[in-house]
Each structure stands twice: as structure tokens, then as C-alpha cells.
Design a protein around this ligand. Structure first.
Ligand SMILES: [Zn+2]
Length: 269
């Protein structure tokens, strides 16, 4: 048996370089343990900052609960309108990021568009800035729409539908936008179920988007979503509505196939 005092102390105690590594490791785990249940992150903050700093001619469509601007970009003209939403859920930052990238990609092509395209990267900017799913009133904007099944049984408080249908300014902004530009197609980008989920007559479009992004096209997401935007626009108003759920791969890997899928929604059929 070897007692510690028999050993070279340099082998027992870490050397200076190792101390730095161990201290960093302990600080990392301490930071993880102290993290609030609903995470905040710099990525989410950066997307809204990037959106605000963007040089594209954004229009202010409305304000969030905390007074943040909700920006929209209208490009092209024509008989049909396509609306692309991101950031209903602020924690699903890749969705907002994708829609902002799509706006930047489409803007230089605006003169060749054959339809009107309205792009809203951050429906819920308060959630996006915090990296949180819910809005600042702790409401799931995607359960707050005035549908026949609003307020039905929800899975958790992460799906709180609000105190009444359309109680939230973010929800009302979306409803007003649909009245102003009645769309032929809608895509709302979320994460991370890796599916082209369609509501209403959207199976054809979802199937074509599937060819681009490789996610399946499905009409049922597998659990009830009372008061969802898909129910409001797709099921109850008959507008082909795709909830594009990105997957769990890195944004870099998912970006281009899904920009192609969004482009297909613009040029469809
Ligand atoms: Zn979502």
C-alpha cells in the first residue's frame, strides 16, 4: 500500500495548468446548476438585435407585451400572398433565425417575385430576447388564437392559453395581418420535431417542402393543440398552413435545405 506521503507531491496535487482547467470545470458545473428552469441565452438576444439592426425596410406591425416592435417585411406583388412567420416560441431561436435569413435572401430577388410575400421573423420578441417559449404574460401565443377549441386541455403551463382568446398583443397582430393580406399559403417555423405539419388543405405543399428539407409531411402532430395558429388559419379558415418544425441538427446544417423549403412555399405550385 502506498500512502500519500510516500508519493511525489507533484503527482498528488495538480500542476498550475491543471488548476486552471479544474477551476474552469467547477465554474462550468456551478453555472449549469444555477441556471433558471427556463433558459436564457445570447443566441436569442442576438437574433432580435440583428433584426433591429437589419437594413431591410421593415414595417412595424405591432408591439409585444413589453413594447418591443414586431417587424414585418412585405415584398413583391401579385394575385396571391404567402406569409412566413418565425418566433411564435422565443426559445425556438433557429426558427426566427431561419426566417430572418430568408428575408435577407429574398430581398434582392423582390422584383422577380410573382406573389406578395410577407415575412415576420419574430412574432414573440419578448420571448426571443429571453430565450423563452412564452410571451411576457407567460402565455403560449400558439395556444391563444380564438378557435372553437381554445382553452381546451393543455399539456402543461408551457401551453397556458391566456385568460381569453386573443388576449395577447402578439396574437392580435397576427390576426390583423391575415385580415390585411388574406394569404393563400402560410408557413410558421418552429423547432424541433423535424416535420412539415399541415393544417387545412396543406398536404400538397407540405409534401413538396418535404422533398427539400427531408422531413416528413404529416397532418397530425400527435397531441392536441387547442387554440393553435394552425387550427385558426388552417382548419377553421381553410388556408394551407404549414408548421415547419426544424430538427435538432446544427443551424448551419438545417439552414439551406429549409431556405429551399420556404422558397418552394413562395413559388408553389
Ligand atoms: Zn414551437
Amino acid at each position: 500500500m502506498i500512502f500519500p506521503q510516500d508519493q511525489d507531491p507533484r503527482k498528488i496535487f495538480p500542476r498550475p495548468g491543471q488548476w486552471i482547467f479544474l477551476t474552469a470545470l467547477v465554474m462550468f458545473f456551478a453555472a449549469c446548476a444555477g441556471r433558471p428552469a427556463i433558459k436564457t441565452d445570447a443566441y436569442g438576444t442576438d437574433i432580435y438585435a440583428r433584426l433591429k439592426a437589419s437594413k431591410l425596410p421593415w414595417e412595424k406591425l405591432g408591439k409585444s407585451v413589453e413594447g418591443r416592435e414586431i417587424y414585418g417585411l412585405t415584398l413583391g406583388d401579385g394575385d396571391s400572398t404567402v406569409i412566413i412567420f418565425g418566433g411564435f416560441h422565443g426559445s425556438e431561436r433557429e426558427g426566427a433565425d431561419l426566417v430572418l435569413h430568408f428575408a435577407e435572401m429574398l430581398y434582392p430577388q423582390r422584383h422577380s417575385l410573382k406573389s406578395r410575400v410577407v415575412i415576420v421573423p419574430a412574432v414573440n420578441p419578448d420571448g426571443l430576447v429571453r430565450g423563452e417559449r412564452l410571451n411576457a404574460n407567460r402565455v403560449d401565443v400558439n395556444r391563444n388564437f380564438p378557435t372553437e377549441n381554445w382553452g381546451g386541455k393543455v399539456r402543461s403551463r408551457n401551453n397556458f392559453p391566456g385568460t381569453s382568446p386573443a388576449s395577447e398583443p402578439e396574437t392580435r397582430m397576427v390576426i390583423e395581418l391575415l385580415k390585411r393580406f388574406p394569404p393563400q399559403r402560410i408557413v410558421s417555423v418552429h423547432t424541433a420535431l423535424a416535420v412539415n405539419n399541415y393544417d387545412g388543405p396543406g398536404a400538397g405543399l407540405a409534401g413538396r417542402m418535404a422533398e427539400k428539407n427531408g422531413y416528413p409531411a404529416e397532418g397530425d402532430i400527435g397531441y392536441p393543440t387547442p387554440g393553435s395558429f394552425g387550427t385558426y388559419a388552417g382548419k377553421e379558415r381553410g388556408i394551407p398552413t404549414i408548421t415547419l418544425e426544424l430538427g435538432r441538427r446544427s443551424f448551419q446544417e438545417m439552414r439551406d435545405p429549409n431556405l429551399d423549403a420556404l422558397m418552394l412555399a413562395v413559388t408553389f405550385p
